[in-house]
Design a binder for this molecule. Structure first.
Ligand SMILES: CC(C)(COP(=O)(O)OP(=O)(O)OC[C@H]1O[C@@H](n2cnc3c(N)ncnc32)[C@H](O)[C@@H]1OP(=O)(O)O)[C@@H](O)C(=O)NCCC(=O)NCCS
Length: 198
């Protein structure tokens, strides 16, 4: 895998490696039941947040199962807004994208902007072929984000997961490199500068 050059800058955001200074802001949104509602575990304890920020800060992307984990902050105003992650899946050129924003950072398009930059990283820099997102059917905000990214709804798996005391239906969205390039070319026409690696 090629080296991942960070930070990545977009129109409004900087995507960078996590560091220890992100812990309190990370814990502030990951300790909320609202944030955890559609994530695998319960709201995080401080210890769990410490462990996660440590893993994110030290991520390596060298083999299947590894993650790229990027802290999202506004270019004009430092401070953690959320995270976007890319997981290397088994099979050639396959990965999964995921996202979480602090409540105050939602509703501004930051999640879409950050995830679009990660799709660009995956397809343009890492040479991936297909990126998917898996979500609970009730997570309408995440499904809308997938649609904004141009991802296709590929599958609906009824009662695929049991978590938070109930069965959940899983939606699988995906996008291929070729599909992303068509969408990127369209929006490049509208917005000349998409992202910049440093
Ligand atoms: C999933 C999650 C990241 C989506 O956040 P979001 O704010 O809805 O998504 P975006 O950041 O892309 O913002 C889109 C919203 O901003 C609005 N918006 C404002 N300015 C915008 C802009 N310049 N560009 C795009 N959208 C913009 C959009 O209209 C949309 O609002 P709407 O939902 O009322 O239509 C967020 O709900 C979250 O963190 N949830 C908890 C964790 C979670 O469930 N993670 C996913 C597990 S699968």
């Amino acid at each position: 895998m090629p080296e991942i050059r960070l930070p990545i800058t977009t129109e409004r955001l900087v995507l960078r490696r996590f560091n220890g200074g992100d812990l309190d802001a990370f814990h502030a949104y990951h300790s909320l039941p609202d944030t955890a509602r559609f994530l695998p575990g319960p709201a995080k304890t401080y210890t769990q947040s410490m462990e996660r920020v440590g893993r994110y800060a030290n991520f390596v992307f060298e083999k299947e199962g590894d993650w790229v984990a990027l802290a999202i902050e506004a270019a004009e105003r430092p401070g953690l807004l959320g995270e976007v992650v890319l997981k290397w899946l088994p099979g050639e050129g396959q990965a999964e994208v995921g996202w979480t924003l602090a409540p105050a950072a939602r509703g501004k398009g930051y999640g879409t902007e950050a995830a679009d930059a990660v799709l660009s990283l995956g397809f343009e820099e890492l040479g991936l072929h297909r990126i998917e997102a898996r979500l609970d059917e009730l997570n309408h905000a995440s499904a809308a984000l997938c649609s904004r990214l141009g991802m296709r709804l590929e599958a609906r798996h009824i009662d695929k997961w049991r978590y938070k005391g109930q069965w959940a239906t899983e939606l699988v969205y995906a996008i291929l490199a070729a599909e992303w390039r068509i969408g990127a070319a369209r929006s490049r026409y509208a917005r000349p500068l998409r992202i910049r690696f440093q």
